[in-house]
Design a protein around this ligand. Structure first.
Ligand SMILES: N[C@@H](CCC(=O)N[C@@H](CS)C(=O)NCC(=O)O)C(=O)O
Length: 202
């Protein structure tokens, strides 16, 4: 398996999960500005959507969309419990969180990373993010992880978005459970291992 990633981007969640499950894998960095892979290939020939993550499962079989990649990986080792069993209510709770993080949190960061976005657009995005994170804060005030007591792929994704907050001025002061969650997850060996690959000089 090979994961195409950009350092610290949403692909980081899939990278965490590869380590969490100790799955044998390779990674290759993608330059999102010119859509070239580290080996000099045209990334759009691998993923025509042009964005990360893209997981090459075997030659010619490519899975995209982070929420799909995360669930695919978790289901390779169901005994590790990173996703509840297919068909259980818990699995739909996972889908609920993944959808929420994807469309209500992740995508609200887009204007904050876009140099063409106006200050008004950025302010609206920040306000929306604070509202969306407040919902996660409430969930995390009741249990240590989004689905309860057990770390899941949704936590890897939520954590990944939290790593962006400081860089773009999303002030989470007061969201103590969320900040505590971020601290706790940052210490997981899987997160440390994925970060060491994506940010080798730090
Ligand atoms: N719908 C995709 C979006 C992935 C996405 O936004 N990837 C960003 C990095 S976090 C990216 O590669 N952006 C470059 C681009 O869209 O050109 C998913 O959820 O996986």
């Amino acid at each position: 398996m090979k994961l195409y990633y950009s350092p610290g981007a949403c692909s980081f969640a899939s990278h965490i999960v590869l380590h969490e499950l100790a799955l044998p894998h390779e990674v290759e960095r993608v330059n999102l500005r010119n859509r070239q892979t580290a080996a000099g290939e045209d990334f759009t020939a691998i993923n025509p959507k042009g964005y990360v993550p893209a997981l090459v499962i075997e030659p010619g079989v490519v899975l995209t969309e982070g929420t799909a990649v995360l669930q695919y990986l978790a289901d390779l080792k169901p005994q590790q419990g990173l996703a509840p069993a297919v068909g259980s209510l818990g699995r739909y709770r996972l889908a609920e969180w993944l959808g929420y993080i994807n469309s209500e949190i992740h995508k609200n960061y887009s204007p904050l990373f876009n140099p063409a976005a106006t200050d008004d657009m950025k302010s609206l995005a920040k306000a929306a993010l604070l509202r969306r994170y407040a919902y996660a804060e409430d969930a995390l005030s009741r249990h240590p992880y989004l689905l309860g007591e057990q770390f899941s792929v949704a936590d890897a994704y939520l954590y990944t978005t939290l790593t962006w907050s400081g860089r773009v001025g999303v002030d989470l002061t007061g969201m103590t459970h969320l900040l505590d969650f971020q601290q706790r997850v940052s210490k997981r060996p899987s997160v440390i291992a994925a970060a060491a690959v994506e940010f080798p000089s730090t």
